[in-house]
Ligand binder design. Structure first.
Ligand code: FDA
Length: 310
């Protein structure tokens, strides 16, 4: 994880339309630099890309990229896309697990639109035995996301889970709330640029919080997902599980498609459950920029890709 200044730099870059146009032109072309992180632009491409992963003994969640839609029409289009994706996954025989973002379903338009769209997805998802993870976005959405999650949980949807971010100071209280109802949590460090009023700014503080939350989840959570590529966080998780005598299937590790494939393979070899978060779709630019912001070496990799194509 980079410090807040570097994150801010990439956040600013992500707003530049010229960069977005350039990246969109080259990134997902044959051998394009974004293909390392994005499984394709169509669901068919994604389904084909994940077949070898499932063959290596890893679990999957598919994420149709998109966020911050501004109109009810765009939110409806994203919802319809998810309905088609559910059908395609069922036909493909792939694992039935998807991740989505509430601003993609219209949370910025109004809350009722996002809830209605989420329900439209949850109906067929429940019918076909899917698990639906609601990704966590930046802190202005934390309350709304948790409230919507809890409302749907209270209405009886049990095939849903949330994400909590260790960088946010509020997270211990949120974790207690979610553990209380017995819902499933994916623990992450947090990918967004956040103000110091609500979030830890130093890596050491975010990491310490992550370890505390991980222990709480392993001890009192419902099949938690420990989502990180950080060897120190992974080692702390294994150590805690061993110390407490927890079975390896009490939790799962999660990592992003294309990141630290060495660690993914090593964990599978050691008998741990590993789920890969596999993003696909045309709206890959903001997701891609967050990945660049996490590791400077990725920038060199992306630039090399652009110049190779010129
Ligand atoms: P950290 O950033 O400290 O990195 C540790 C090490 O991992 C690095 O030294 C490097 O080796 C490797 N690494 C990390 N990022 C890399 C990259 N981009 N490229 C190459 N190597 C990299 N966030 C969020 O706010 N809401 C969400 O819903 C989710 N969902 C989510 C799902 C899953 C499955 C994962 C793995 C992550 C998320 N995240 C997320 C992202 C998360 O918050 C965080 O930004 C990244 O996982 C990076 O943090 P690490 O824990 O990997 O540690």
């Amino acid at each position: 994880m980079l410090d807040a200044t570097a994150k801010a730099f990439f956040h600013t870059l992500a707003q530049l339309q010229l960069l977005k146009r350039l990246a969109s032109r080259y990134g997902m072309s044959e051998g394009g630099f974004a293909r390392r992180f994005i499984a394709g632009e169509s669901v068919d491409e994604a389904v084909a890309a994940v077949r070898p992963i499932a063959g290596k003994g890893m679990l999957l969640t598919l994420d149709y990229l998109g966020e911050s839609v501004a109109t009810a029409e765009e939110a409806d289009a994203a919802t319809r896309a998810y309905l088609r994706i559910i059908e395609t996954i069922v036909r493909s025989g792939n694992e039935r697990n998807i991740s989505l973002k509430l601003t993609q379903l219209g949370l910025d338009v109004d809350r009722a639109t996002a809830v209605d769209n989420l329900r439209r997805i949850l109906e067929p998802a429940s019918e076909h035995g899917f698990f639906v993870r609601i990704d966590m976005e930046n802190s202005p959405y934390t309350d709304m996301t948790l409230q919507i999650f809890e409302t749907l949980w209270a209405q009886g949807y049990r095939n849903i889970g949330v994400v909590l971010q260790s960088m946010l100071m509020r997270t211990p209280a949120d974790l207690a709330r979610v553990n209380e109802i017995g819902a499933r949590v994916r623990l992450v460090k947090g990918a967004y640029l956040e103000p110091k009023t609500v979030a830890f700014q130093k890596k050491s503080e975010v990491d310490d919080a992550y370890v505390r939350l991980m222990k709480e989840l392993l001890d009192h959570g419902n099949y938690p997902a420990i989502a990180t590529h950080d060897p120190a966080m992974i080692a702390a998780t294994k150590a805690h599980a061993t110390e407490k005598g927890y079975a390896k299937d009490r939790f799962e590790f999660q990592m992003l498609f294309g990141i630290r494939r060495d660690l993914q393979a090593a964990l599978v070899k050691d008998g741990y459950r590993v789920r890969l978060y596999v993003p696909f779709g045309h709206q890959w630019f903001p997701y891609f920029m967050r990945r660049l912001g996490e590791r400077p070496a990725n920038v060199a990799f992306a630039l090399k890709g652009i110049f190779r194509e010129e």
